[in-house]
Write a protein of this length. Sequence first.
Lengths: 160, 318
Amino acid sequence: MRPSDFTRRLLYWLSVAAGLLLAIVPLPDWLSPVRPDLALLAVIYWILNSPRIAGLGYAWLAGLFLDVLRGMTLGQHALGFVLVAFLTHRAQLRMRMFPILHQAGAVMLLLAAYHFVIFWTDGLTGHGYTGWNRWLPVLSGALLWPLIAAGGDTLTRRSR
Amino acid sequence: MVELSHDSRPIIGRGPPLAASFLTLSVASIALMVADKRYDQLATVREWLSAAAYPVQVAVDTPFRAWGWISGSFADRGRLRQENLELTARLRLANLQLQRFAALEDENRRLRDMRENSAGVADRVLVASILNVDLDPFRHRVLLDKGAADGVFKGQAVLDAEGIFGQVSQVHAKTAEVILISDAEHAIPVQSNRSGLRTIAVGTGDSDRLSLPFVTVEADLRVGDLLISTGIGGVFPSGYPVAEVTRVDRTAAATFALVEARPTARLDRDREVLLVWFDPPVTPAEPAEAGPPGPADPAPAGTPATESADSATAEAPQ
């Protein structure tokens, strides 16, 4: 038996909240641009793991809260999160069947879409930073994906 | 698994179709962005949301602060003594300089009074510490632990011990966001202390480099010149150090020289900064206000950051 709906819902909320917390934890300057978007990765993981629980609304709220935490224009991260959640929902039946490296590739595409949304809205609101290192989280997130998937699977299996 | 539909949620009670909720939420996000950026309508919403964010930011800040406190209280005696000696020496030196400055300031004030212009001298400061919270790695913003409750207002000047640090860009109930002078969106009017040349220093997104894009080739500016704030625009008090010129490249073909300066404030190492209240420059027709501007008082003369944002982003080498 899989863990109950309630447990999974709780785990989902907690993991996204932890991801949001880690999004503003201070890192050394050289590491800061590489910081992976853990909250978004958690959202992707839970949509793949239990699509009936992880809807778009909560993803949107998480993105909005990230906007507030980082003091960005309200709605920027919310738009990115909801786009990624939607694409993941559309692709989840296929993505769940992918081998892990293939899955990491798909996650990389999703993260690229997310960062493109942020980049684009940044440009529209006049914060254009065009350096190459703003795309680093796409890479670090994709590299981290196998770990997150393995960790999440262990967690959900243990709370059976 | 048989793929009947992309939407694998249960048929009963699944709520609106995926595409519909996606569209709704995207439109909501875009509407939020427009309302926030274009019309500045979301002050109260932001206030509420940032009240929710405050505990999170404090939760992130606390362990770092506690670590600083612990390592401070267990610092060994020798180091503390050494530090104490250094501080005493510096204080003696500073007091010595202060004696001279007190006389100079009086003289300066008298001279300014004669010209009916005594504005721009800081008359109230508040020490604020920077929360250990990372905002965006590509924007030079920090979060202070003082907010509207302490009388902080939007556009307020922020200084550190060595010079001008930045200005308040957003005020929440208990925190305030500060945009540093090195942010690529920030620009500050400056003046060379030696030649009196006035120009604008624009942030580059690099914490030890400002760019001065509007200095003509024949302008009197040299490496080593101290740039001080002019007080034009009413955001920053006048006469505080901003940066030191580190590079002046003149090519005969170009109209403008390539000038760079290094901020005197320790932008990337400060943990504590000063929020400053001062009398904004008054126009002769208007009587000077008594006391410092309160929180209800809007920022005088707007923020120069937004005024020159276009030139800043266009000029700043990324």
